[in-house]
Ligand binder design. Structure first.
Ligand SMILES: NC(=O)c1ccc[n+]([C@@H]2O[C@H](COP(=O)([O-])OP(=O)(O)OC[C@H]3O[C@@H](n4cnc5c(N)ncnc54)[C@H](O)[C@@H]3O)[C@@H](O)[C@H]2O)c1
Length: 382
């Protein structure tokens, strides 16, 4: 991805006050974009958005309020929209299903409708999740063409977002001058600056700050863990393709970690403790509502077609996360810019390796190694 792609572009991020949205706003603003946000106020104190103090247009509102949302589209005239605003928590979705369904589904429809009515918009990424797939407790990863489904209101509402996206794509975004629209499904994202409720790392950080052990209810639940910057690099690479008018990219994409980084909760804790010895936890009886045990994402398509791959493995991801929180609690300051710079250096090396892949022969395909189907096409195209 050429960093120059973003210079001077008007970008709208919904959910910029949240964990992922604030990192995305940082990355885009460091890349020279004009960053505009639309979201509710941050939901914790402290929070990453306020700590970053970015020079961005910070608009507050509810994605269910179409008039307010439209007025921000009209004023900011974005070329690309990253739609992240959502009720993203599984347990909260059991407590408040209607808020979850309305925010996630109606909110997505409102954003896509605003995109349809705003002439400047050329590309849209709708962020869903790994939980959109009908979970079969498979020991292998879900692919983009596997059936959608959902058990808890969060996963099901995000699967419904996928239908909204597909419907808008087919009904309204087919014309040559229509925006290109894609959905993106990432894994369990970790990194500094997340203080959400009911998420493993933030819960652990809060417990450590108060000197108490964290109670772990599903130590064997396995998830596709990845650093927030890996997932965002996928969004940005895809966004650049959509802005370049690459129609083949206007479809769903998984951006998950490599298979080796699909780990059980307790293994994540053990590894995190290497970088943050103060962390402590204990197992307790599982009294929570249903959540999947096994959940993997197949990232082969993004590797083969976009040349994306994770730049940090799970240990680099956990080490950076521990370093971020330890530094924050020691100094009150964030090291997000430094971490972004470090990450970008590593990802440049990955890009060089991918260039080799494009003209070479093989890429890792899930657990197998196969011919990259894109290679022969690209080679044929010169
Ligand atoms: N964090 C993860 O591990 C993960 C994994 C897969 C997918 N996702 C998806 O990524 C996106 C961002 O997640 P996050 O982890 O940053 O969550 P977060 O809770 O930190 O941020 C959510 C953002 O959405 C905004 N928001 C919520 N309800 C809103 C409403 N009604 N109107 C306007 N704004 C509203 C919040 O203000 C906040 O800015 C979500 O769509 C989530 O489903 C997250």
């Amino acid at each position: 991805m050429d960093a120059g792609v973003w210079r001077g572009r008007s970008v709208l991020i919904t959910g910029h006050t949240g964990f992922k949205g604030s990192w995305l706003a940082l990355w885009l603003s460091e890349s020279g974009a004009k960053v505009n946000g639309f979201a509710l106020p941050p939901n914790s104190t402290p929070n990453h958005w306020d700590l970053l103090r970015l020079d961005a247009s910070d608009n507050r509102g509810d994605v269910r309020d179409f008039d307010r949302l439209s007025s921000v589209f009209a004023r900011t005239r974005p070329e690309i929209v990253f739609h992240l605003a959502a009720q993203p928590l599984v347990r909260r979705s059991y407590r408040d299903p209607l808020e979850t369904w309305s925010t996630n589904v109606l909110g997505t429809a409102n954003v896509l409708e605003a995109c349809r009515r705003t002439e400047s918009v050329r590309a849209v990424l709708a962020v869903t999740t790994d939980k959109v797939y009908e979970n079969r407790e498979w020991a292998w990863g879900y692919r983009e063409n596997d059936p959608l489904g959902g058990h808890d209101p969060y996963g099901a509402s995000k699967a419904a977002c996928e239908l909204v996206v597909e419907s808008y794509g087919k009904s309204f975004f087919q014309a040559d001058d229509a925006p290109l629209l894609a959905s993106v499904r990432a894994g369990n994202v970790v990194g500094g600056g997340d203080w959400s409720e009911d998420r493993l790392v933030p819960d652990l950080v809060r417990a450590a700050a108060t000197g108490r052990p964290l109670e772990i209810r599903s130590p064997q639940a396995t998830r596709p863990w990845q650093h927030v910057l890996d997932c965002l690099r996928g969004y940005l690479m895809l966004g650049a393709e959509l802005l370049a008018g690459n129609r083949a990219c206007a479809e769903p994409w998984n951006f998950g970690p490599d298979a080796a980084d699909n780990l059980a909760v307790e293994e994540i804790l053990r590894r995190l403790k290497r970088y943050w010895p103060d962390l402590d936890w204990r197992r307790t009886a599982d009294t929570r509502p249903h959540e999947a045990n096994l959940l993997y994402l197949d990232n082969a398509k993004a590797k083969a077609k976009l040349g994306w791959r994770p730049a940090w493995n799970i240990d680099q991801c956990l080490s950076a996360t521990a370093q971020w929180y330890k530094h924050y609690y020691r100094t009150g300051r964030v090291i997000s810019r430094q971490q972004l710079d470090e990450y970008r250096l590593v990802s440049k090396r990955i890009k060089a390796a991918c260039r080799h892949t494009e003209f070479g022969a093989t890429v890792a395909f899930g657990n197998r190694v196969q011919q990259d189907p894109g290679v022969s096409l690209r080679a044929a195209a010169g």
